[in-house]
Design a protein around this ligand. Structure first.
Ligand SMILES: *[C@@H]1O[C@H](CO)[C@@H](O)[C@H](O)[C@H]1NC(C)=O
Ligand SMILES: *[C@@H]1O[C@H](CO)[C@@H](O)[C@H](O)[C@H]1NC(C)=O
Ligand SMILES: *[C@@H]1O[C@H](CO)[C@@H](O)[C@H](O)[C@H]1NC(C)=O
Ligand SMILES: *[C@@H]1O[C@H](CO)[C@@H](O)[C@H](O)[C@H]1NC(C)=O
Ligand SMILES: *[C@@H]1O[C@H](CO)[C@@H](O)[C@H](O)[C@H]1NC(C)=O
Ligand SMILES: *[C@@H]1O[C@H](CO)[C@@H](O)[C@H](O)[C@H]1NC(C)=O
Ligand SMILES: *[C@@H]1O[C@H](CO)[C@@H](O)[C@H](O)[C@H]1NC(C)=O
Ligand SMILES: *[C@@H]1O[C@H](CO)[C@@H](O)[C@H](O)[C@H]1NC(C)=O
Ligand SMILES: *[C@@H]1O[C@H](CO)[C@@H](O)[C@H](O)[C@H]1NC(C)=O
Length: 641
């Protein structure tokens, strides 16, 4: 710690803390210090009793141009801190290649928070759950060492964690409270007590890693479920423990569990849930406002600190939503609205104002204008034109990764691909029955099956459908297009590899000589250059469709809007090259996709929308841009997925 501080000795704060002569230290110098006061069960901020009422808001779920807006709205509700995870997978897209710029400029995010009068609670993982792809882990971890035990003292795992933390925490250090920045707390791991490994060697190693960067300049903490089982493995010696629980929980019982494992210190619920997450093909999850305010009031009445997870949820743009595995594989929605106090578009809800009222009983409310619902664009119908079928050979060179040929199928990870789709192709051998049975055994996660480019059926991990009856002819091309629907982010199955995960058989004979082409779709610029076809031309699915539109002439604003793909089945939507995420109105509950105004071009420029439709097109090829979101009904009943 001392040596790091000397490295930063250009900072006046550090000079005061570490290099000032003794007589200065004994005076009342304004040193910046945040710490836990275990004697009086409270936090101390610069020596004063302190509690936080914080809100979770993830920089990676909202465009950078909206960061300040969301932070200010959080502050306007009376909150005095913002809590964010750091998503390793985005910052280190390949081993040793780091990115902290643009949408990933976390330092800018911290600075904005500080300018808006908010402390920062940082949760750098390295595992974050967060309903994100692989819980924030870069999938290349599975490539380099397939047997690696994640979140454990596996030396390969720790080596990668060590370099990542070195890169991240050196950048974070000047942002710590003791160094003049807004970060008061830094979390070690994340709900480790919910993981099966219970590896104390690992958690104390991780504590020492963080401690070497953080020292006394912020407080290290852990968060776990409010139960003995969770705290047993989650609590780390020498690290301040907090718990998490939702509305309707018996608050005194939950804090009693925390006290069982940590007799003194402030009480903290670091994840209080004012809403909840939703998966595809289930009812949209909500939490009633009265229940939220009642429990929040009870928490605050005990003098506890609290973080509302999520205060603003945002969006899983691109392919970054994760999945759970309960009794089956359950991928999460593109929207992470979360039924939070601020909607996906940053609009205040009744819940927002009700929470503000409760917070106002305990903390001074700032003199800030109350947020209003922003205007949305009702941009109307856009006609979509066929461009090209995904299985057309030219798409391989335009959008595909270089083709790999192997005897047995390789996983996405072995092919070096993290997200999107992989096309597996082989020839139908002779001596198959009529009909013959295709068996993929284990699949991650959903696959379309074709014979000579004609779709024959769908295989699904969620539905445990892994076989298909086919009428085949020798030498037909069998094609299996596999979609990664999101790696599992919670539990023991986070090492969730994708693609064809076992050998594929046709009537019990193993299929070999696979040709594999990846479609990560990280850029679709090739597609934008292709001409559209006549509407009368029907493309074999999956296929790309494109539409163009201008915003109204009367102003130069680009308002937020929602893409309504009703009538289309399942696919991915892009606007001006930005991947808005997956749409799947047939499964629901989410129907519309949030389109930030910052993704649009003002009049008279042209906006381009591209859909990759996988499974079915409407009679009339069109989409709509509407001013109201449709995240589906809470009484939704599962359809034919
Ligand atoms: C870093 O990430 C940003 C996302 O905001 C991206 O625009 C940029 O291209 C990335 N930089 C590199 C070098 O990959
Ligand atoms: C995932 O990790 C667990 C625990 O290390 C291991 O038992 C399991 O075999 C792994 N699964 C895969 C698909 O690698
Ligand atoms: C809440 O839990 C406490 C034990 O911590 C118990 O005494 C109390 O009866 C419980 N309250 C309710 C409403 O269940
Ligand atoms: C909360 O803190 C205040 C001020 O320190 C104290 O008077 C009160 O007893 C505390 N309440 C509880 C429930 O601990
Ligand atoms: C999936 O189906 C197979 C065969 O019907 C069965 O053996 C297996 O237990 C099922 N798996 C799950 C997770 O339901
Ligand atoms: C199938 O393809 C193989 C190799 O190209 C060829 O030798 C064989 O004659 C073909 N069979 C039929 C029935 O077309
Ligand atoms: C596929 O079969 C081959 C030969 O039987 C075997 O070596 C290989 O491990 C199998 N692959 C998988 C993923 O089971
Ligand atoms: C289809 O395209 C051709 C030229 O590409 C054009 O001549 C023809 O009129 C178009 N047909 C329709 C129905 O739009
Ligand atoms: C948008 O319109 C306003 C009012 O007409 C004008 O002041 C402003 O310069 C315009 N902005 C751009 C980027 O064209």
């Amino acid at each position: 710690m001392r040596s790091q501080c000397l490295l930063l000795s250009l900072l006046p704060v550090c000079v005061v803390v570490w290099t000032a002569p003794p007589e200065v230290e004994s005076q009342t110098v304004t040193t910046r210090e945040f710490r836990v006061d275990y004697e009086n069960d409270q936090f101390l901020l610069d020596g004063e009793s302190f509690r936080y009422v914080s809100g979770s808001l993830h920089y990676f779920r909202v465009p950078r141009v909206y960061w300040r807006d969301r932070l200010r709205k959080l502050r306007a509700a009376g909150l005095n801190a913002v809590c964010t995870y750091v998503e390793w997978s985005q910052h280190e897209p390949s081993p040793g290649v780091y990115n902290f710029t643009g949408e990933l400029d976390i330092i800018h995010f911290f600075q904005l928070a500080q300018e808006e009068g908010l402390h920062v609670i940082l949760r750098p993982g390295p595992y974050i759950c967060a309903e994100r792809e692989m819980g924030g882990f870069p999938p290349w971890l599975l490539t380099l060492h397939p047997e690696m035990k994640l979140r454990s003292s596996d030396s390969n795992y720790q080596a990668h964690v060590q370099s990542w933390l070195n890169s991240l925490m050196t950048l974070v250090q000047p942002q710590l409270y003791g160094n003049g920045g807004p970060i008061i707390l830094v979390q070690v791991e994340n709900e480790y007590g919910s993981y099966f490994a219970c590896d104390y060697d690992h958690t104390s190693w991780l504590r020492d890693q963080f401690s070497s960067y953080v020292g006394m300049d912020a407080v290290l903490f852990t968060t776990d479920g409010a139960g003995d089982g969770y705290l047993q493995c989650g609590k780390i010696d020498g690290v301040f423990a907090t718990v998490d629980f939702g509305s309707g929980t018996n608050v005194s019982a939950a804090f009693h569990a925390m006290r069982n494992h940590q007799a003194h210190g402030p009480l903290v619920n670091n994840e209080f849930y004012p809403g909840w997450l939703s998966h595809w093909d289930e009812a949209y999850q909500t939490v009633g406002t009265n229940q939220v305010t009642k429990t929040l009031d009870e928490i605050l009445a005990t003098n506890a600190s609290v973080n509302l997870y999520m205060f603003f949820g945002g969006t899983n743009f691109g392919f970054m939503s994760g999945a759970n595995y309960g009794s089956k594989y359950e991928p999460q929605l593109t929207s992470y609205d979360y039924d939070a106090p601020l909607t996906e578009a940053g609009d205040p809800t009744d819940k927002y104002f009700a929470i503000r009222e409760v917070v106002g009983r305990y903390l001074p409310l700032p003199d800030l204008a109350l947020p209003e619902i922003t205007a949305k664009g009702e941009y109307g119908v856009v006609h979509m034109f066929p461009v090209v079928s995904l299985l057309d050979d030219e798409v391989k060179s335009g959008l595909g990764t270089p083709t790999v040929i192997e005897t047995y199928p390789l996983t996405f990870e072995a092919l070096g691909q993290s997200y999107g789709f992989v096309l597996y192709e082989t020839m139908v051998p002779s001596n198959t029955g009529d009909p013959s049975l295709l068996d993929v055994n284990t699949i991650g996660d959903r696959a379309l099956v074709f014979l000579d480019k004609v779709q024959k059926g769908v295989l699904s991990r969620s539905r445990n459908i892994t076989t298909l009856s086919l009428i085949t002819k020798v030498n037909q091309t069998l094609q299996i297009l596999v979609e990664n629907q999101g790696r599992i982010n919670y539990g023991s199955r986070i090492n969730d590899t994708k693609g064809l995960l076992s050998n594929v058989t046709l009537d019990d004979s193993e299929l070999t000589q696979w040709t594999m082409t990846g479609f990560p779709l990280s850029s679709i610029s090739w597609l934008q250059e292709q001409n559209t076809k006549n509407l009368s031309e029907t493309l074999l699915l999956p296929a790309f469709y494109r539409g163009e539109f201008q915003l109204p002439e009367n102003n130069n604003l680009t308002l937020d809007t929602y893409l309504d793909p009703t009538g289309w089945d399942k696919g991915v939507a892009f606007i001006n090259g930005y991947n808005l995420g997956r749409y799947w109105p047939r499964a629901g509950p989410q129907v519309t996709l949030y389109v930030p105004g910052s993704f649009l071009h003002p009049y008279p420029e042209t906006n381009t929308i591209v859909l990759l439709e996988l499974e079915g097109t409407p009679n009339s090829l069109q989409v709509k841009f509407v001013s109201k979101p449709n995240l589906g009904s809470t009484s939704y009943s599962a359809q034919n997925v």
